[in-house]
Design a protein around this ligand. Sequence first.
Ligand code: UD1
Length: 398
Amino acid sequence: MQRLRIDLIAAARPNFMKVAPLFHELHEQPWCRSRVVHTGQHYDQNMSEAFFRDLKLPPPDLHLGVGSGSHAKQTANVMLAYEEACTADPPDLVVVVGDVNSTVACALVGAKLNIPVAHLEAGLRSGDRRMPEEINRLVTDTLADILWTPSPDADENLAAEGVPPEKITRVGNIMIDSYELMRERIDAGGERRRLGLENRPYAVVTLHRPSNVDAPAPLTALVNQLTRMAVRLPLVFPVHPRTRKNLEAFGLWARLADAPNLQVIEPLGYVDFMNLVCGAHLTITDSGGIQEETTYLGIPCLTLRTTTERPITITEGTNRLVTATELVPAVDEILAGRWPHGRKPQLWDGHTAARVAADIRRRLLSVPPRVAEATAVPAPPTSVRWAMPEPGSGQMPG
Ligand code: UD1
């Protein structure tokens, strides 16, 4: 019996944490071989390679090296390069994760080549089509043959869009798998100490959404509020490249960097970043993943957006949507202890990758999960391309 050949599409910072647990799970399975495809959407050392290292991912089997560009250009370049890779050596299943441009690009390629496509983190909707990620989610879910959802709201969104229920499996939140896999290293990490924040209350800030950082007015308002807030609570702000570029272009960088009690730092790797989050009193963010991680950790999260595709972090967790002017009063509430502790949503338990693997077997090999445990080890792969890379056997392209 041939092993099932599975492409795992990694592309940008938030995706590495979603691909890593699944890679490790599939690596243990005798019935499949996975190929890690890095599209190159994120390419800086601290936006990409640091995550491969932290999450113990081997160097990618394929690096498409597309880099930055407008949405159309980036999406098109991923499609061109991935179509070529799939034509030369087609997988049996393309697994895309999250909602970045590479997600929709690879889903399109798979769908047009009649290769089954599975979407991990399917069904999330903000309802705001001005967000590029919302377009990516809608298109990807329309194309996907298998939709793995993290929460009941995602199942409901898909049902409302007419997705047949047999395509959907609720598997839970894969980001929590990454956290649990790395938990010991995160706890032992020294980032808090290095920044002089050990045993002190502080907040972590991250910002990169176009709606917050691409125009001078919203970014100036946020810089004003952050510098005000730093008087109450020390802030640490790892700055995304998009945000840094705009802070510099709008003449705001020096004001932020020179503000007392506010540390502006380079983007961090996964372990260092989570070490910082775990010790924080609260987070201020526009990221999707941080809304989920703080809900899991029971840490208050202020999300600088008008919508969220992750409503369960509000209804069950510790998240609240705020505007720039609502920030300081919300921080005061948190500091006064008036904030819900929240609870961990169902299936956010560190076992999502195992459920995904079981679902692949069930669907593509027609093997019920428990029976499959007892089956013989299939023959090794025939194609060298698909052999597992030895960890550390290659270098990530710059
Ligand atoms: C992308 C995703 C977003 C995700 C975010 C996390 C899309 C549409 N957006 O947004 O969903 O939350 O990643 O980071 O896919 N840049 C660098 N170095 C890098 C990567 C980017 O300098 O390694 C610069 C680019 O030149 C560009 C800017 O950052 O100017 C934005 O990068 P891009 O990947 O286009 O979008 P993100 O804002 O990172």
